[in-house]
Design a protein around this ligand. Structure first.
Ligand SMILES: [Zn+2]
Ligand SMILES: [Zn+2]
Length: 370
């Protein structure tokens, strides 16, 4: 039995990560211990490290995109979301939201559980001084609390493949489900990071007629093409008028039926409103952290008769559907190629810096090396 686990801890906002060793607590009924194979480094981790998300407690073990194997199970059997009993050695992923209360206004009346004020999220909302301490993926072991929604990874889905898509896939699933996606539509996606790419995957799987990805990084657009998008547009090498013209040409003169925003940049929003066709749909999911104000012309939104939606967080069904989509299409898309950088636990600080400078498309921490 393992007794302790090393973890990379953010002691306070903007401070360098430190490696600490924690005792592994005795497992409660319904709990399990996970041996972490990959702790995905998410863009959000950088904002958490820098203290840019309000209400987050420190010290904090980052890492909400985690896959690994079950090391041990507490005194009560646990099941996956299909109702199958889980065993030691099973390869798993889980929904990073470990708890929504199912008794508040947002859970019960508004039916918007991602806005539940009592949500607990691994690697984000729990500080590492309190039981069970091991609550983030930048760690050798992670304590899966009772009630955590666990999914078994099919044998043909590698740890790299599953962690490559991280929380990007559930976000993409939620985003696409908020839009009027169906076969035959013309889709444009602002941003070719992991979220934009997963929206592209879902657009292709759904039978979109054209899928155009816009970004300023050439290497990211190259990857989008490898995923099979029909067109790419480099926003650093074209003007807005040229992009609008190209999109009109691709779509029979109208512009895209659906535009998705997955950039993290406020400047993308006025452009998205320009790009979408009259009567089209614009869905925004890339503004998870606050990057300030931007000028928008409401008249244009009104005149174009747009459906505009935004997306916050993900529910368990989005994670479940995301893993199923990856499993069903593992040969069709090069998911594993998204992992561009690997770091040991001791180099977790460097992983964050690589993510911050966007050197990596997807960085992962491999606490056990393999
Ligand atoms: Zn994330
Ligand atoms: Zn609630």
């Amino acid at each position: 039995m393992v007794k302790t686990s090393r973890a990379a801890v953010v002691p306070k906002p903007n401070a360098d990560l430190i490696i600490e060793e924690y005792e592994i607590p005795e497992l409660e009924p319904g709990a399990a211990l996970m041996k972490v194979a990959r702790g995905g480094v998410c863009g959000t981790d950088v904002w958490l490290w820098q203290g840019k998300l309000a209400g987050v407690p420190y010290p904090l073990i980052l890492g909400h995109e985690v896959v690994g194997t079950i090391e041990s199970i507490g005194p009560r059997p646990i099941k996956d979301l299909d109702g199958n009993e889980l065993k030691v050695g099973d390869r798993i992923g889980f929904h990073d939201v470990t708890q929504t209360c199912f008794s508040c206004y947002y859970c019960l009346i508004a039916k918007t559980p991602t806005k539940c004020p009592n949500r607990k999220v691994y690697g984000i909302t729990m500080d590492s001084t309190k039981f069970p301490r091991l609550i983030g993926g930048y760690s050798e072991y992670l304590y899966l609390s009772p009630g955590t929604h666990i999914m078994k990874l099919p044998d043909h889905v590698s740890f790299d493949g599953a962690s490559a898509v991280g929380c990007a896939m559930p976000t993409a699933v939620h985003t696409v489900l908020r839009s009027p996606m169906r076969w035959g539509l013309n889709v444009a996606i602002q941003g070719s990071g992991p979220v934009g790419l997963m929206i592209a995957v879902l657009s292709i799987v759904n039978g979109a007629s054209t899928v155009t990805v816009l970004d300023k990084a050439r290497n990211r657009l190259d990857i989008a093409r490898k995923f099979g998008v029909t067109h790419t547009l480099n926003i650093g090498e074209t003007t807005l008028e040229e992009r609008k013209e190209t999109l009109r040409e691709i779509t029979g003169g109208h512009g895209p039926d659906i535009v998705y925003e997955a950039t993290g940049s406020p400047q993308a929003i006025p452009e998205g409103i320009e790009l979408v066709r009259d009567g089209g749909s614009y869905t925004i999911c890339g503004q998870y952290t606050d990057h300030g104000l931007v000028e928008i012309n409401p008249h244009l939104m009104n005149k174009k008769h747009l459906d505009i939606k935004t997306v916050w967080g993900s529910e368990t069904m989005h994670v479940y559907t995301g893993i199923k989509t990856i499993a069903d299409n593992f040969e069709r898309f090069p998911f594993e190629s998204l992992v561009t950088h690997r770091f040991s636990l001791d180099d977790a600080q460097k992983a964050l810096e690589a993510q911050e400078k966007q050197v990596s498309l997807k960085a992962v921490i491999q606490p056990h090396g393999d």
